[in-house]
Design a protein around this ligand. Structure first.
Ligand code: ATP
Ligand code: MG
Length: 1079
């Protein structure tokens, strides 16, 4: 088995597989739904019968899905029978522990659908039927959860399905891994690198129509989210000899046929190629340019598309295809011998094409093909080549050009797959999953240097498998002191040593022969081999063999007993192939090429480098040892591929062939160790760390020795003695089911722990936040309080200062301005001005004005005047003409009466109106009579007779030129203003007035004594109209007036309580005017 170790790997990842009854139940491998306990059959798209394995009932028919469950696990027959049963039911995958055994079905099965991928995604290894996807998913999840690099080693002989498995695994990752736009590009490129590398590196062989003729190790880089973000490919030893020669029934690399078959006419014309492969010597050697199973035209399209995805632009594609075409042209270069036997090129046309395609000078190339240049002691020696040598040089050039272009291509792919860390900022370092798809063990009728290398590589991989599984497994049991019966297995280290040992190994001897001076040939190499390793049990030659076996060996051959079987190698060509020589002048020509790819492939430093380049075998050996290091540093998973028959036929199970593969793949040993061992082991510390939460005594920490902790833990978990063993440093658990139970318990526990941790964390987080907030609040508060305090203190200080200055200023207020009082004075001024601003008089009559400080008296006055002027001006601006007239009249009234007549103040607030009598109140006759005079004012008056002082109601009308006394329709008296000599009123509050008339005029009746309720208004208007403002006399005591023809009347005025007008006994008119308070 990969045994306990490999199983432990699965288990260790937390994805253990059930070995109990539950493992017998497999989900359907086809698209049909699963019906438990019932056999279901379905016909897929290809008519393939798909079967379900459901529970135990199906076991007889479809075998067990894990060989560990075989009752007779030591029987090879039972093993093969199980494989056969399953193969018949299209169940091509079976486990041995966690190693997947795959049998090539040679037909399309519907088990690689998207739905199937989803079925395997994130599901425990043991819950689903064996599948590539389960291995892929398991590795992927280990990579994610443990962040440990993984590798999947896919081994098996040529045609067993390694490359197909690799592609399917890549597809699985492409579909199931998290995606983003950048990741999609990477996924695309990862997938598309296959058609390109297969076109250039795969070929039809007798064993496989799409045989990988190079080894490939591909790293897929995943970021922390598990998305593929990059990749890198390492390629191993391309079988270059195929470029110039193919065995019967085999082809050159696919690309040549694809180009001829699929290339557009234009392209072919540019490359100087014809569609027919028969035209090219390099394509006809195997006599099978066309193969029914290969659609070159279609593959060409796929390949061209893939080139674009990888990032080739048109000119790069053209350069690349020019090289491919140049190889075909090189193959057609022919030579003929001249008289001296020196080779001459006979196919000038090819040289022309070559010169163009390789962008070199044609004549230089022609010369280089038929001459050899050697530099001896600093001197160049050029010697002509014979026919054979020229053909060799040509083929060497073709191989070198193709081989190096292939490496360039891999580099180019790598550049396009490179993880562009900058593109994904913030992403942490990546983890890597490696996929190894390397040529399988190969045995042909004629085996040469290539098969030797390929089979050596397989020996190394087998050795790694043994190292990582069988050997280390058993050694571990021993070192841990676990009782254990060792399982016998064949350790192929002895064969590896035979090939690679220093000085004594086959590669060393081959190198020695290649490098030594003198005439070394393939035969001398064989002799040297016989001499050095003749006693090795795995080495045989014709000479060393006994009579019986000698017959099966040619004299030019040696036989190695590989772990996978005997292979007889012909030494012919070993030295040449190992030397891999390209004549200097051909190298020089290529270095001068202007084809950018060739230019990169042939480095000028090669010409000047004196050191001999490493031989092909040594290079291969070194690259393999590096590969082993890479693989050793990763956690491996294994897929062991087998082919069911040599005829590439579906549904044919060749038992002999299968038995052979079961044997050399070491599957029986694999199974035996697996069954004998323990499913799982872990260091005590690690085990305790993982499961300590399941036992109260070990949770959360165990203070004692880890050993004791584990003992307590397993006791608590109820492990039975036969279920586990305690080693020196590790616990070993025999059955997966024990572990599954523990894992399940952990899963449940994790939930509750997670909840608890979440709660604790939330609590902690909130509390932390709260404390931070509290601290912040306190800080803010204290700062604020401080700020407030400081502000208050500053304010107080300022207040004290101000008060002090104020008081001082007050004391010094009467001094001239000095520092002690300047503040006070300024303040006083300021406050006066501010106060003034607030209390300015509201209107012209408002005479209020704040008292100014002494220093501002003058300013105050000026301001006051200004203010008044301003108000007046504003007031005046607002005055209407009517109002102006009113005011003018009021002013005149004021001039006449103010301070002189008692009832004047009462008249002030009362407006003068235009007339006290409307036109309708005046007799029309009067109005007609006065029509031309312009009536200005009319007022009802009382007229006192001049003699009896009888009171009579009259109207006083003022026109432009006279004052007229009217009784009804009669004009009683007309007084022209020219005749109006004066107007008299008393100083008291009565309303009497006398209009003095010029008496010399006989027409005049004399002065008129009238009384008006609006005496001030009436007299003002009269004075204005008659222009007698200065003729209004205000008399104290009495007024004399003329009563016609020189007679006089007197009116006496006295103050009393109420108005009384009557004729006194002395014949005077006495007026008692009420006293008013206003004066
Ligand atoms: N899982 C599969 N389903 C269907 N056909 C398969 C499967 N695996 C392999 N094959 C068939 O077998 C052929 C050979 O497989 P593949 O090329 O993977 O072999 P290989 O092991 O890589 O051989 P080599 O060592 O020569 O490269 C494929 O071309 C395909 O036709
Ligand atoms: Mg392959």
């Amino acid at each position: 088995m990969p045994g306990a170790r490999t199983c432990s790997l699965a288990a260790r990842r937390g994805l253990p597989r059930a070995v109990g009854a539950e493992a017998l139940a497999e989900p359907p491998q086809g698209p049909e739904p699963r019906v438990p306990g019932q056999r279901a059959q379905g016909l897929g798209a290809n008519g393939i019968r798909l079967s379900m394995e459901s529970a135990l009932t199906a076991r007889d028919r479809v075998g067990v899905q894990d060989f560990v469950l075989l009752e007779n696990f030591t029987s090879e027959a039972a093993f093969i029978e199980n494989l056969r049963k399953r193969f018949k039911e299209n169940l091509i995958y079976t486990y041995i522990g966690s190693v997947l055994v795959s049998v090539n079905p040679y037909k399309e099965l519907e088990i690689y659908t998207k739905q199937n991928m989803e079925r395997y995604r994130g599901v425990s290894f043991y819950e689903v039927s064996p599948h590539l996807y389960a291995i892929a998913d398991n590795s992927y999840r280990s990579l994610r959860t443990e962040r440990r690099d993984q590798c999947i080693l896919i081994s098996g002989e040529s045609g067993a399905g390694k490359t197909e498995a690799t592609k399917k695994i890549l597809q699985y990752y492409a579909v199931t891994c998290p995606a983003s736009q950048q990741v999609e590009t990477v996924k695309d490129r990862l997938l598309q690198s296959n058609p390109v590398l297969e076109a250039f590196g795969n070929a039809k062989t007798l064993r496989n129509d799409n045989s990988s003729r190079f080894g490939k190790y591909m790293d897929v880089q995943f970021d922390y989210r598990g998305a593929p973000v990059g990749g890198h490919i390492l390629n191993y030893l391309l079988e270059k000899s195929r470029v110039v020669h193919q065995n019967h029934g085999e082809r050159n690399f696919h690309i040549f046929y694809q180009l001829l078959e699929g290339g557009e006419e234009d392209l072919l014309r540019r490359l100087g190629l014809e569609k027919n492969p028969q035209q090219y010597h390099y394509l006809v050697k195997g006599h099978c340019a066309r193969v029914s199973s290969i659609n070159d035209k279609n593959e060409w399209k796929i390949m061209r598309r893939a080139l674009s995805v990888i990032g080739f632009n048109d000119s790069e594609v053209e350069d690349l295809l020019s090289i491919v075409a140049s190889v075909l042209h090189l193959g057609n270069v022919q030579f003929a011998a001249d008289e001296q036997g020196n080779a001459q090129v006979t196919t000038e046309n090819q040289i022309k094409y070559l010169a163009r395609l390789l962008a070199v000078d044609g004549s230089v190339l022609r010369d280089a093909l038929i001459h050899k240049k050697i530099i001896a002691k600093g001197e160049e020696l050029v010697s002509p080549l014979n026919l054979e040598q020229a053909a060799y040089a040509r083929d060497a050039l073709a191989k070198a050009v193709y081989g190096r272009t292939f490496s360039w291509l891999v580099n180019k792919v790598n550049k396009s797959l490179a993880y562009k860390a900058k593109k994904f900022p913030g992403w942490r370092s990546t983890t890597v999953l490696g996929l190894l798809d390397i040529y399988g063990f190969e045995v042909f009728q004629h085996n040469s240097f290539e098969q030797f290398c390929i089979n050596y590589c397989n020996e190394k991989l087998q050795q790694l498998f043994i190292e990582l599984t069988l050997k280390s497994e058993q050694e571990e049991y021993e070192s841990e002191g676990i009782a254990w019966e060792p399982v016998q297995y064949f350790n192929n280290k002895i064969i590896c040593d035979l090939v690679e040992e220093k000085f004594k190994g086959i590669i060393s001897i081959l190198d020695e022969e290649c490098l030594r001076p003198g005439d070394a040939t393939d035969t001398t190499f064989l002799e040297k081999l016989e001499e050095t390793v003749k006693n090795h049990p795995h080495f045989l030659t014709h000479k060393l063999a006994d009579q019986k076996t000698r017959k099966s060996l040619g004299r030019e051959e040696f036989r190695l007993s590989h772990y996978a079987g005997d292979v007889t190698y012909s030494v012919a060509g070993f030295l040449d192939k190992n030397n891999d020589l390209l004549f200097r002048n051909l190298k020089e020509t290529m270095c001068n090429s202007e084809n950018p790819i060739i230019n990169q492939c042939f480095d000028r430093t090669e010409l000047t480098d004196k050191k001999r380049p490493e031989t092909a075998a040594t290079q291969f050996k070194n690259s393999l040892s590096k590969l082993m290091e890479i693989l050793m540093s990763k956690e491996p998973s294994y897929i062991r591929c087998m082919k069911p028959n040599d005829a590439k036929q579906a549904d044919r199970f060749d038992e002999v062939l299968i038995r052979h593969q079961v044997k050399y793949l070491g599957l029986m040993e694999n199974l035996r160790v697996r069954r004998a061992g323990f499913a799982y082991r872990r260091k005590y510390e690690v085990f305790l760390q993982r499961y300590k939460s399941l036992c109260p005594e070990t949770w959360p920490t165990w203070d004692g020795r880890p050993y004791d902790g584990v003992a307590v833990l397993v006791k608590h978990l109820g492990y039975k003695p036969e279920e586990y063993k305690m080693g020196r440093t590790k616990i070993f658990i025999r059955f997966p089911k024990t572990l599954f139970a523990t894992e399940d318990a952990l899963e449940v526990r994790k939930q509750s722990l997670a909840t608890k941790m979440q709660a604790t964390w939330r609590g902690f987080y909130r509390r932390k936040k709260f404390l931070t907030m509290k601290r912040s609040a306190i800080t803010i508060q204290s700062w604020w309080r401080g700020t407030l305090g400081r502000r208050k203190a500053a304010k107080r200080k300022w207040a004290v200062e101000t008060i002090r200055r104020f008081i001082k200023g007050f004391i010094y207020r009467n001094h001239p301005r000095c520092p002690e009082n300047e503040y006070f004075l300024d303040y006083i001024r300021f406050s006066f001005l501010m106060n003034l601003k607030r209390n300015l008089p509201k209107n012209v009559l408002d005479k209020s004005w704040p008292t100014p400080p002494p220093s501002l008296c003058e300013a105050s006055q000026l301001l006051r005047r200004l203010c008044m002027q301003n108000m007046v001006w504003t007031y005046c601006k607002r005055i209407s003409p009517e109002w102006k007239q009113q005011l003018e009249q009021k002013v005149i009234a004021s001039e006449i009466f103010k301070g002189k007549k008692d009832n004047y103040p009462q008249s002030v607030p009362r407006l003068f109106i235009n007339t006290r009598l409307g036109r309708e109140e005046i007799n029309t006759k009067v109005l007609q009579a006065l029509e031309n005079e312009g009536l200005k004012y009319a007022v009802p008056v009382v007229k006192y007779d001049r003699k009896g002082y009888k009171a009579r109601a009259r109207q006083l009308l003022l026109t432009q030129s006279s004052a007229i006394v009217v009784e009804e329709a009669k004009i009683k008296q007309r007084i022209d203003y020219a005749n109006l000599t004066g107007i008299s009123v008393s100083s008291l509050s009565d309303n009497l007035f006398v209009l003095h008339v010029h008496c010399e005029d006989n027409k005049q009746k004399g002065d008129v004594v009238l009384q008006s309720d609006h005496v001030i208004e009436t007299l003002t208007k009269t004075a204005i109209l008659a222009n007698k403002i200065n003729n209004v006399n205000i008399n104290q005591g009495s007024i004399k007036f003329t009563v016609g023809q020189g007679k006089e009347g007197i009116i006496d005025f006295i103050s009393g309580s109420e108005l009384l007008i009557a004729k006194a006994k002395n014949g005077h008119l006495t007026v008692v005017a009420p006293r008013l308070n206003s004066r």
